[in-house]
Ligand binder design. Structure first.
Ligand SMILES: Cc1cc2nc3c(=O)[nH]c(=O)nc-3n(C[C@H](O)[C@H](O)[C@H](O)COP(=O)(O)O)c2cc1C
Length: 123
């Protein structure tokens, strides 16, 4: 069985939630980016990096960029967790709901969203 590592950086917890769901569904080991050394990842076949999106950048992604040479022969999957609205002219109910919570604490995480990521890990 392929060894999978999920590495994440999350500021407010949404990315952490997705990282934990992905790790649970794939029996992966999970690490905070601040708590892992790149060398440790050499023992894994697949690395899933999950980071929150902030001003178009993926939180903590420099860890992958700076150490890429150590695991460029592995399957690398990058998961960016953001809140970008769809470009559709007509706003759907989810989007209207998101806008309605502006300035409040809200949780829009959805476990169904990890399905294509799980497929990419397993295929
Ligand atoms: C200052 C700030 C900048 C953000 N920039 C983006 C962005 O560029 N693109 C995006 O899709 N979401 C953006 N977001 C939304 C976050 O990516 C979203 O809330 C995400 O779930 C945060 O992940 P976390 O809970 O793991 O920290 C931004 C949020 C904040 C507070």
């Amino acid at each position: 069985m392929k060894k999978v590592a999920v590495v994440f950086k999350s500021k407010y917890g949404s990315t952490e939630k997705y990282a934990k769901w992905i790790a649970e569904d794939t029996c992966a080991e999970i690490f905070k980016v601040s708590e892992i050394k790149a060398d440790k990842l050499e023992e894994f076949d697949t690395i899933v990096y999950c980071g929150g999106l902030y001003a178009g950048g993926i939180l903590g992604f420099s860890f992958i960029k700076n150490n890429y040479y150590k695991f460029c022969d592995k399957k690398l999957i990058v998961v960016a967790v953001g809140a970008t609205l769809k470009k559709d002219e007509e706003l759907d109910d989810d989007t209207k709901g998101m806008i309605a919570t502006y300035g409040q604490v809200a949780d829009f995480t959805n476990k169904n969203a990890i399905t294509p990521i799980i497929n990419a890990i397993n295929n």
